[in-house]
Design a protein around this ligand. Structure first.
Ligand code: HEC
Ligand code: HEC
Length: 319
């Protein structure tokens, strides 16, 4: 290849990689999703709009600029921008936590047993309201959880997502990975208004008029989900082999039985608030519940609490 052509091609390569892309390319990311509420008060007293500068590197970009967290008239919160991180040891640790979160396959491969990244369920780098944003959960720990009937540290909570959602093993509590994930969560929650925490945390609930049916769920799946996640639920891999473009919803590369997503109502709540990607809240609560049930009857990695001896004792609590 001639030198000028080669230089031209090389100059394009940063654009192919979200994390290295220059700001000019990222201006695109500034659009506000129509279903994200926008400020309609007096322009003068509106808090400054903070933009999510870097689109998620893995998965399709899900954009969020700012969000109401409690009273729509009063409190708004937008997590800080990656571009504003200082270039010091702390900034590096936070950045590492963010990299772990969006590209877990690369940065924490040995702890992960499936094909997922944290960001596949905690959209927009853990910022998105409606998909358990890190900034709304972090400040509440240590927190009581029904899953194990005691107060859990934040490390313990992260460990559970490694064990169940990532079908893997957790980094130890004093590991650099754990420290970085904590630093990242803490940084995301900079100046979050306390009153807003509970409002924004987790997933909005769903209430459906009828009992869940996996038969109806299958129809929802085939018409609304299969186009991205594949007719067989196994997801679609990237052409360059670096992981999934569309993550799997069942099979060995998916989350384990007993993960939050495997709970009928939690799955339905996530799905309704986030899926089909780009059309959040378009399913009826009933459709979300039905398709969640359809996912639940599929095969996936075993609940890590279950061993052969479980054949003889009562199974673990759901969720
Ligand atoms: C336009 C493509 C698209 C459609 C349609 C779509 N999804 Fe997704 N889905 C994605 C992508 C991409 C992600 C990962 C998001 C990320 O990483 O930012 C995802 C993530 C998920 C996850 C969490 C990650 C995982 O693999 O477990 C679930 C569950 C899910 N989708 C369920 C559904 C269901 C149910 C439907 C149909 C109602 C659906 N999706 C429709 C693209 C899609
Ligand atoms: C398959 C989907 C999935 C994946 C992948 C996933 N999580 Fe989660 N995560 C969940 C669900 C579902 C919940 C919330 C469960 C609930 O609200 O009961 C959750 C909750 C959390 C919480 C607590 C949030 C709160 O408000 O209390 C943290 C922290 C967390 N996840 C971190 C991680 C990290 C770190 C990773 C990657 C190592 C990860 N998650 C991967 C589904 C997932």
């Amino acid at each position: 290849m001639r030198a000028p052509a080669l230089i031209f091609l090389l100059s394009l390569t940063p654009m192919l990689n979200g994390s290295a892309a220059p700001d000019a390319v990222l201006i695109e990311a500034v659009s506000i999703e129509p279903d994200v509420p926008t400020w309609d008060g007096d322009a003068d007293d509106a808090p400054p709009t903070r933009l999510l500068i870097e689109p998620p590197r893995v998965g399709m970009s899900t954009r969020q600029t700012e969000t109401f967290v409690a009273d729509p008239d009063e409190i708004k919160f937008a997590p800080p921008r990656l571009a504003d991180l200082p270039d010091n040891a702390w900034g590096k640790q936070v950045k590492y936590g963010r990299d772990l979160f969006v590209d877990t396959q690369r940065h924490a491969r040995r702890y992960v047993g499936n094909g997922l990244n944290c960001v596949n369920c905690h959209l927009s780098e853990g910022r998105m309201v409606g998909s358990a944003p890190l900034w709304a959960g972090y400040p509440l720990y240590p927190l009581y959880r029904g899953k194990n009937l005691r107060a859990n540290s934040y490390q313990e909570r992260i460990a559970d997502c490694f064990r169940f959602s990532m079908a893997g093993t957790s980094p130890t509590w004093d590991s650099p990975e754990m420290a970085a994930l904590i630093a990242y969560s803490q940084w995301l929650s900079t100046n979050v208004p306390t009153r807003g925490l509970m409002a924004a945390r987790g997933f909005p609930g769903v209430k459906a008029p009828r009992e869940a049916s996996h038969g109806r769920g299958k129809i929802v799946y085939q018409t609304q989900c299969a186009v991205c996640h594949g007719a067989n639920g196994r997801g679609v891999k990237r052409a360059d082999g670096t992981g999934y473009q569309f993550p799997p919803l069942w099979g060995w590369d998916s989350y384990a039985t007993g993960a939050g997503m495997d709970k009928l109502t939690t799955g339905a709540a996530f799905i309704r608030a986030n899926m089909p990607l780009g059309k959040r809240n378009s399913l009826t609560p009933q459709q979300a519940l039905d398709v969640s049930f359809y996912l639940k009857i599929q095969s996936r990695p075993w609940d890590p609490r279950i061993g052969w001896f479980s054949l003889f004792i009562e199974g673990p609590a759901d969720g």
